[in-house]
Design a protein around this ligand. Structure first.
Ligand code: SF4
Length: 228
């Protein structure tokens, strides 16, 4: 049976922890500005923007949130929002109907159970409507300053392409990255990999020739360490 690329990749060993750190150093140098690209002014705005960003770009979320937050500045206001009005504001982003419902229900839960603010707790965050593991990790890292690796589509793709790990699902990738990367660099790694995905390691056609970590990337031909 012909083996496909993914099977070949998953059969090889992951990069050493030392090479992971060396690759991260190069990414940090290439993207010193790597940070959350969502616009927000409060924890409530952050969690709302994060929920809206599911399966859509941060850029498109930033286009709708100024009007959204001007109309509904906090959980109390959004909890009582008219869902049709919310849908009108969110119309330009994907899955806007589901998201309108989710942010209203989330705002109700925040108002009724958390004093209007997102809780500083993973277990409590993932109980909120529309908040999954990835979103909770983003809120904890960006909003509360905890070290977290939120695995989105870029992080999943690049981590497994480069060989930070070789996993087939998002949770296993998150856990593997936590083992491979020093804890004080988890949040930075998350942002760097996202920036790399947006600027070079594109899903359809990665620009490997000008990639700063191509010397470590197992999809490009193995790590520096493996070749030396
Ligand atoms: S070498 Fe290519 S596949 Fe590997 S990380 Fe760089 S752009 Fe992505």
């Amino acid at each position: 049976m012909t083996r496909v690329g993914w099977e070949v990749e998953s059969a090889v060993k992951a990069l050493s922890k030392k090479d992971c750190v060396a690759a991260l150093d190069l990414l940090a140098e290439a993207y010193p500005q790597a940070a959350c690209a969502l616009n927000y002014h409060s924890l409530f705005e952050l969690i709302t923007a994060v929920v809206l960003s599911a399966q859509t770009t941060d850029k498109s979320v930033n286009l709708v949130t100024p009007e959204l937050f001007a109309r509904y500045p906090g959980a109390a206001e959004m909890a009582d929002a008219d869902e049709t009005e919310l849908e009108d504001i969110l119309r330009r982003i994907g899955m806007y109907r589901t998201k309108a419902k989710n942010i209203r229900l989330m705002a109700q839960a925040l108002r009724d159970e958390h004093g209007g603010e997102p809780p500083d707790s993973f277990d409590e965050l993932v109980k909120l409507p529309g908040v999954g593991r990835k979103s909770a990790n983003v809120v904890l890292s960006v909003g509360f300053g905890h070290q977290r690796i939120a695995v989105d589509t870029h992080v999943f793709r690049i981590a497994n392409k480069v060989g930070f790990c070789h996993e087939r699902d998002v949770l296993k990738t998150e856990l593997a990255l936590m083992r491979q990367i020093p804890e004080n660099r988890w949040t930075e790694a998350h942002h760097s990999l996202i920036f790399h995905g947006r600027n070079c390691c594109f899903a359809k056609k990665p620009d490997c020739g000008r990639c700063v970590i191509n010397g470590y990337c197992m999809s490009f031909g193995g790590s520096n360490a493996a070749r030396s």
